[in-house]
Design a protein around this ligand. Structure first.
Ligand code: CMP
Length: 141
């Protein structure tokens, strides 16, 4: 079933010049970018995006990291896009991520883990709407 997921190439991966490699992994896996932008999140924007993690001890540090430099935010579309992207990313902690995954290749630690991907259809709906109004999502190819 074709579905959409929200992906973020985080500031650590952008600083490492890994945008091209990560985009290529999405495309080779059949995940088609249908919306994409590079932006430098203000800290309150990161806090809004990660509001679900507000009570976690790492929340402030996570939002400081996510607002430390530009990210690429994108909507990926394809069959089972949510699950497929999570497989491509690997485990949250790069030390536990399987060889060949994005986090194994580009992540540094459980916080600086290179990429984000929605974890469920409800989350995807919230996260896509957070960054992209419908008119910015291009579904014509
Ligand atoms: P992400 O998939 O974007 O979802 C929440 C983020 O919080 C996660 O990736 C990590 O960047 C970060 N995170 C999750 N667990 C921890 C942790 N134990 N310590 C620090 N950061 C974490």
């Amino acid at each position: 079933m074709s579905e959409r997921t929200l992906a973020i190439i985080k500031p650590d991966a952008v600083k490492k010049h890994a945008i091209g490699d990560i985009l290529s992994r999405y495309e080779k896996a059949g995940l088609k970018p249908v919306a994409m932008k590079l932006l430098h999140m203000a800290k309150p924007v990161a806090e809004g995006f990660y509001a679900v993690h507000k009570a976690r001890p790492f929340f402030d540090s996570l939002c400081t990291f996510m607002s430390s430099g530009p990210s690429v935010v994108l909507v990926l579309q394809g069959d089972n896009a949510i699950k497929k992207n999570r497989e491509l990313m690997g485990a949250t902690d790069p030390a536990k991520a399987e060889q060949g995954t994005i986090r194994a290749a580009h992540g540094s630690n459980i916080e600086y883990n290179a990429v984000h991907g929605s974890d469920s259809p409800d989350t995807a709906q919230f996260e896509i709407g957070f960054f992209f109004p419908g008119m910015e999502i291009y579904d014509g190819r």
